[in-house]
Write a new protein. Structure first.
Length: 246
């Protein structure tokens, strides 16, 4: 495939899955970046034993968004054309990495975004109800305000044109960073296509951390980040700057 691409995984306390996921990722690509976001459960030690990955470590946990932003910076600094992001909890299938890269090249889209709701697969898991409802609500609001036609605003399986990422000025470090990304992507007129991926939930009780495990608190946080993202847009995105959600 005539494209210099990197696969990046944000990792925080994934000691039970990190090696099995990375073993599978390594079967489908040669350049793998792991951003260890301050793991303290033994994950760091496992990563240091591997010789088939590029490793960047955050001394302390900075957040999911911060780990992705580190990956974006690495991709730009090292001359990659496409950056594929995949989570390390076993919910994404590494054998689909090449599909994302091909779609990025063939469609010339700035963002190829995985969607767990674009179509059904035989192996689909039923989504935790509150997560499904929040995803639907947030995705609908983003589409109404940004003019996109997304079916899944939160899937972490994506392929980005690194050149397009340079147009974004992301500041959100937590789980809601993708919402800030969508707002800035619309302002910068980035093109988006979705790719269907199976819906796999291996641990439905997986924690978001602290207060965010409460659905109402999590939704309020998402709306807050979206509103801040709209307000922070430059003047040439004046129509979007006035938007409020919630």
């Amino acid at each position: 495939m005539e494209c210099k691409y990197l696969v990046a995984l944000p990792v925080f306390n994934e000691v039970t899955s990190v090696n099995s996921v990375l073993d599978e990722v390594a079967r489908h690509c040669d350049q793998i970046l792991v951003v260890d976001d301050g793991s303290s459960d033994g994950t760091s030690e496992l990563l240091e034993e591997r010789d088939d990955i590029l490793l960047v470590k955050h001394p302390v946990n900075r957040g999911y968004g911060a780990a992705l932003e580190t990956a974006f910076e690495y991709g730009a600094e090292h001359g990659f054309e496409v950056l594929v992001t995949i989570d390390c909890d076993g919910q994404h299938e590494p054998q689909r990495i090449q599909e994302f890269v091909r779609k990025s090249i063939q469609s010339d889209a700035d963002i190829v975004s995985g969607s767990r709701y674009l179509k059904s697969f035989d192996e689909d898991s039923p989504p935790p109800e509150q997560r499904r409802v929040i995803n639907h609500q947030v995705t609908k609001k983003l589409n109404q305000r940004l003019g996109y036609h997304l079916t899944d605003a939160f899937c972490g399986f994506k392929a980005y044109r690194v050149q397009a990422l340079a147009k974004l000025k992301l500041t959100e470090t937590g789980y809601a960073m993708p919402l800030e990304l969508w707002v800035q992507a619309a302002c910068n007129k980035l093109t988006v296509v979705e790719v269907a991926v199976p819906r796999i939930y291996l641990d439905e009780s997986r924690s978001f951390g602290g207060k965010l495990d409460d659905p109402e608190t999590r939704l309020d946080y998402y709306y807050q980040v979206m509103n801040q993202a709209f307000a922070a847009l430059p003047s040439d995105c004046e129509k979007l700057k006035s938007i409020r959600v919630g």
